[in-house]
Design a protein around this ligand. Sequence first.
Ligand SMILES: Nc1ncnc2c1ncn2[C@@H]1O[C@H](COP(=O)(O)OP(=O)(O)OP(=O)(O)O)[C@@H](O)[C@H]1O
Length: 263
Amino acid sequence: MLRAENVWHTYENGREALKGVDFEMGEEIVALVGQNGSGKTTLAKHFNGLLKPTRGRVTVDGMDTREHTVAELSRVVGYVFQNPEHMFFEENVFREVAFGPRNLELSEEEIEKRVKWALRVVNLEGYEDRVPYSLSGGEKQRLAIACVLAMKPKYLILDEPTTGLDARNAAGVIKVIRELREAGHGVLLITHDMDLVLELAERVVLLQEGRKVFDGPTEEFFSIDLHDYGLEKPELLRISEKLGIGFVRSVPEVVKALLGGSR
Ligand SMILES: Nc1ncnc2c1ncn2[C@@H]1O[C@H](COP(=O)(O)OP(=O)(O)OP(=O)(O)O)[C@@H](O)[C@H]1O
């Protein structure tokens, strides 16, 4: 479980970014949403210890983040940052993915196994000798996920994982996230993309000015007035409402509902 109990966070300049947030997630896909500056990144950074609560408590599978180092917590919680290309520094893809496992002091054999596995999951097999900077945007995004996956963390935090990707690459990342969930990982998705939330999230947590203002199933989230929070309902849901077919997550579901209704 990733758990935040009455977490407050004040930055050094006095900015109160979190004001008493309670949060909990297990092996599920949770979307963390809210307007710019609402505190999403600040909250997420508490789960791998990059930030510590000013007040309150954060635990990762029972470990208090104040009592553990970022290195220790990173074994359990992997964090893929937005614009991950800035984090690459090795000369080739193999070394880049091997960096994390090498720090875990695993055997060369185990490191190689993990690199191969992680590259396979993200569909980058055969890229081992490529220079990370020479990859396309979508490939870089998937490489960043592979780097974190190779550490085999139970939870993954993904910050805008599909932003800037074309439809095909975004679909590739979405597939990886689904597979991770099925394999028993928890995924925390920080995003502004309501289509992605509709497609993937099981639960949504909405922040506004450092406070949690909604926490519940995705279907319930899309039934609240999102305009109040500067968010837009996905086109697909607006269409399905006009058609009177209720909550759907994909175009095939719309088709199914329409065909079912005409019988
Ligand atoms: N290092 C910092 N020092 C001071 N204030 C900060 C720092 N990082 C973030 N903030 C402030 O804390 C508040 C919350 O920021 P945060 O990055 O958590 O929001 P966010 O919801 O992730 O926003 P976005 O959608 O723009 O990424 C904002 O007002 C931001 O300006």
